[in-house]
Design a protein around this ligand. Structure first.
Ligand code: MF3
Ligand code: CO
Length: 252
């Protein structure tokens, strides 16, 4: 079932999303060579708590996972696409770091992610990150009543094509609000004009995930997902409300 949120509820998700946006901005500034993933996790945890909110990922058990998640952020490096658990690993120049986080405030969840290149990187790495960022920018323009879920996937996949990178298959976006993961499932590819119609009051976590190589992922021991061929990956995500006036990005 897809939840429809009132304007007041959307405002509450937005309050949650604003704390999340500030958290991610802080992490982007702190993510430098030599900094450990656990240090970034602590910064996020403390900032979210100090803001009077809860880190939504901490102790959350994603579908198919065997354990509650032990951290406040996911920190995924290079071939790891999502759900990387923060370790003592210290960032190196050339790493593609993906940080994903969620905030719960007054019962409302928000979810967002970004990718950043640490130090110097290759042309291919920069192109991949730009492609994924552009796909999120592009798809947001399609978030409006009357459009369909397939239009969103179509816009994302078209951007991947344009940059010569590949959509990762098997990982998706989702509804968000009362829960971190709700219906509908939002594929990062799709057919224009197909799928469920978007209605005012829907709140969607849209998250393009691209690879410089294969579209296929495999699950690692820590339950993170990595590209099967070890190629680089990137991920951006926003929580977005569908309204009569068009999209409202709730995590910026
Ligand atoms: N943002 C992630 C997603 O949408 C959720 C991570 S849940 C965690 O898939 F428990 F793994 F952190
Ligand atoms: Co998400």
């Amino acid at each position: 079932m897809v939840n429809i949120y009132t304007k007041e509820e959307v405002s509450k998700i937005n309050l949650s999303g604003k704390i999340l946006a500030k958290t991610l901005r802080l992490l982007k500034n702190e993510a430098k060579e030599g900094v450990s993933l656990k240090a970034l996790d602590k910064i996020a945890h403390d900032f979210i708590k100090d803001s009077g909110a809860e880190p939504a990922f901490l102790n959350y058990q994603p579908e198919g996972a065997n354990h509650p998640y032990p951290a406040s952020i996911c920190a995924s490096i290079n071939d790891v696409v999502v759900h990387g658990t923060p370790t003592d690993y210290k960032l190196h120049s050339g790493d593609i770091l993906k940080i994903d986080a969620g905030v719960k405030l007054n019962g409302f969840y928000s979810d967002a992610a970004f990718t950043v290149l640490i130090g110097e990187g290759t042309k291919d790495a920069k192109n991949l990150i730009k492609a994924t960022y552009t796909a999120l920018e592009e798809v947001i323009r399609h978030v409006k009543p009357g459009n369909r879920i397939g239009d969103l996937g179509w816009a994302i996949a078209k951007t991947a094509d344009r940059f010569g990178v590949n959509v990762i298959v098997g990982l998706t976006g989702h509804g968000v609000g009362y829960d971190l993961h709700e219906d509908p499932v939002i594929y990062n590819f799709g057919d224009k004009g197909h799928g469920m119609e978007l209605k005012p009051g829907m709140v969607l976590a849209i998250e393009p995930m691209f690879s410089a190589g294969t579209s296929q992922v495999m699950q690692l021991k820590d339950e993170s997902w990595a590209t099967k061929d070890g190629s680089l990956s990137a991920h951006f995500e926003h929580t977005i409300a569908v309204t009569e006036k068009g999209p409202i990005v709730l995590t910026s």
